[in-house]
Ligand binder design. Structure first.
Ligand code: F6R
Length: 619
């Protein structure tokens, strides 16, 4: 977590840094700060709170100069306050550092430095880096950073400046992302591409252990052994407008509405007639043919996509699949071997637990395939093969379009594997692809009804809000579903709790009688996913059981199905008819919107919910 940026060139550094930080704020937003060379002296301004607080401060006392570094923080060591905010100086205020990651041996280093009479200003782990670099400095910042990094254990992306070398920034990465943006007479460092996209589309993805030495007119990159290396740059194809709100009130809403186009583009790019094309996947078909089991490993929303993937892959490719959260997989002595395909799913490609799970799986000889959104991310690079979701930048902390993009890739991968394993005929695949091809239009139909706040989902959210306040916040949500929509119940609950802070749980509806039904009285609102399919009848019985105990039901049903309305269910949301196997792509949209509107009614910061950050690069 945390976002870092560096700039050296001819522009006003403070402006570039603030603009970059605004695009990195999704990575952490409890404090922010910048350091700029001003008339040969390094000046730092840093403030607790969102970036707007820092911007306000800089309006009062601007920083003028053409080289600087900046940081937006998600606190790990030390509470969010002005002192713990980055950048951090060394004792003599000659070295200044921003850091993303965790220095695991910082206490040991700190103890040693304290014995040497080093004075610490903050409670952060990051400050040790500034002191170490300062002590190693003998007139060349690159050499000093190299020496300091040798002492560190843990993960880092850093940007460092020194008083005696204006115009120079040293960046380094180990297990936390860092890119170099290459411009004309200017260069950048950043945690993620949107931060520099306004100025350049030419980027270099630094590899683990790389150190970048940037000045206005030069950029040198050194590998972990200190040898100068030539890293190829990539040209980013997407536009900065894709990382802006485009008229929507929040990124989350924009990203929900982008889903039909994202899915349509995935299908267009990946299918040629009945053939599925994963051109970038380096894993050979002959190797996929040999696998006997699949483990899907991911966190949060990506884990829910993985759970759905189990239903899909087992159904079409007839391979047994199990699904793990990355944090459990990595510590569990997992039974994976050469005959196991491990699929890691990650929007950011930087989630620390998923990256560690990937390494664990590879060390046991498993074949690892990543499904990732962010090009060149650590997970994408370290896996044996990657399939990109190409969903464009996802800025809102709550994941929406990445989820449906991951699901779409999993459908296509299941068909791809089914073709290799001969568990599906070409005719069957053609029919399935035709049905999948109709999903984006059905998504548009759901969304078309939701442009104004008068839509039923917004109305139900508003009624819940009143109900909640009237009961002194006593209400909560349950999400129930069966079969392929069960993971959507988990996802609906996750979306609601993470942005509206209302307690919410998802359950397979068949588990109700084994405990959760005890929660039902007139307080909880229960979202029942009851679209047409082979467990539809069972879901109707669950709805009746909830109603019989006074629970309030929001039912998600197939368009034209008035069965529940004819009963006494007031809150009904219809989704277009689709084969049950593809229904998760449709059902999730009302769940995302319901969470969005509930949070909007509370007036919460939807794109940046409390305590969260977009990419979890620490354990
Ligand atoms: C929820 C959410 C998180 C992420 C999780 C994994 O809306 O965004 O639960 O899904 O942190 O992140 P990635 O996919 O980047 O590995």
């Amino acid at each position: 977590m945390c976002g870092i940026i560096g700039y050296t060139g001819k522009r006003e550094a403070a402006e570039v840094l603030l603009s970059g930080l605004s695009r990195l704020e999704y990575r952490g937003y409890d404090s922010a700060g910048i350091a700029v060379f001003e008339n040969g002296a390094m000046r730092v301004v840093k403030k607790q709170g969102k970036l707007s607080v820092l911007s306000g401060e800089l309006k009062q006392s601007p920083l003028k100069g053409n080289t600087g570094i900046g940081h937006t923080r998600w606190a790990t060591h030390g509470v969010p306050n002005d002192v713990n905010a980055h950048p951090h100086f060394d004792q003599k205020k000659k070295t200044v550092v921003v850091h993303n990651g965790i220095i695991e041996n910082y206490l040991e280093i700190k103890e040693k430095l304290l014995k040497e009479k080093c004075h610490f200003a903050s409670e952060t782990d990051s400050e040790v880096i500034a002191h170490l670099v300062a002590r190693a400095y003998k007139g060349d910042l690159l050499e000093a950073v190299k020496r300091a990094l040798k002492v560190l254990k843990g993960s880092y992306a850093v940007a460092v400046m020194h008083q005696d070398e204006p115009g120079r920034i040293i960046g380094a990465r180990f297990d936390s992302p860092l890119i170099v943006g290459l411009g004309k007479d200017e260069n950048f460092l950043a945690s993620d591409i949107p931060a520099t996209l306004e100025y350049t589309k030419e980027v270099v993805y630094l590899e683990n252990g790389d150190i970048a030495d940037i000045r206005g007119r030069s950029c040198g990159i050194y590998d972990i052994k200190g040898k100068k290396v030539n890293r190829k740059s990539a040209t980013i194809k997407w536009d900065i407008s894709q990382a802006e709100k485009g008229g929507y009130k929040h990124f989350m809403l924009k990203e929900i509405f982008e889903q039909p186009v994202v899915i349509k583009d995935i299908l267009k790019e990946r299918t040629h007639g009945p053939e599925i094309d994963f051109n970038e996947l380096k894993i050979k078909k002959s190797d996929l043919k040999k696998i006997r089991r699949i483990a899907i490993v991911a966190c949060g929303t990506a884990y829910h996509a993985g759970l759905t993937g189990k239903y899909i892959i087992e159904k079409f490719a007839k391979v047994p699949v199990w699904v793990d959260t990355s944090s459990e997989f990595r510590y569990r002595d997992p039974l994976v071997d050469r005959e196991t395909l491990v699929i890691v799913i990650s929007q950011s490609g930087e989630t620390a637990d998923t990256l560690a799970a990937l390494r664990e799986a590879r060390s046991r000889g498993a074949l690892v395939m990543a499904v990732c959104n962010v090009l060149g991310s650590s997970i994408a690079r370290e896996a044996d093969g990657v399939i990109y979701t190409h969903a464009g930048p996802e800025i809102a902390v709550a994941s929406t379009k990445a989820y449906t993009a991951q699901l779409s890739i999993l459908y296509l991968f299941a068909f791809y594997l089914a073709a290799i394993r001969k568990t599906q005929t070409v005719t069957q695949r053609k029919k399935l692809l035709a049905e999948l091809g109709r999903i984006p239009l059905s998504m548009v139909r759901i969304l078309d009804n939701c442009h104004s706040r008068k839509n039923p989902i917004a109305k139900y959210a508003a009624e819940f809000h009143e109900y909640y306040l009237a009961r002194n916040n006593k209400s909560c949500f349950l999400y129930l579903a069966r079969n392929i929509n069960y993971p959507n119940a988990l996802e609906g609950a996750l979306k609601l709790k993470e942005i509206s802070y209302v307690s919410a749980e998802g359950y397979p509806a068949g588990e109700m009688k084994h405990g959760p039904i005890a929660l039902i009285d007139e307080n909880p609102w229960v979202v029942c996913i009851a679209v047409q399919g082979n467990t539809y009848g069972k879901m109707l019985s669950n709805v009746q059981e909830i109603r019989a105990r006074g629970g309030i039901v929001i039912a998600i049903v197939t368009e034209g199905d008035h069965t529940l309305e004819r009963g006494d269910i007031r809150y009904v949301i219809e989704v277009p008819k689709a084969p049950e196997i593809f229904s998760p792509l449709l059902v999730v949209i009302p769940l995302q919107l319901l969470a969005y509107y509930v949070a909007a009614d509370f007036g919460y910061d939807i794109d940046q919910p409390r305590n969260l950050a977009k990419s979890v690069t620490v354990e």
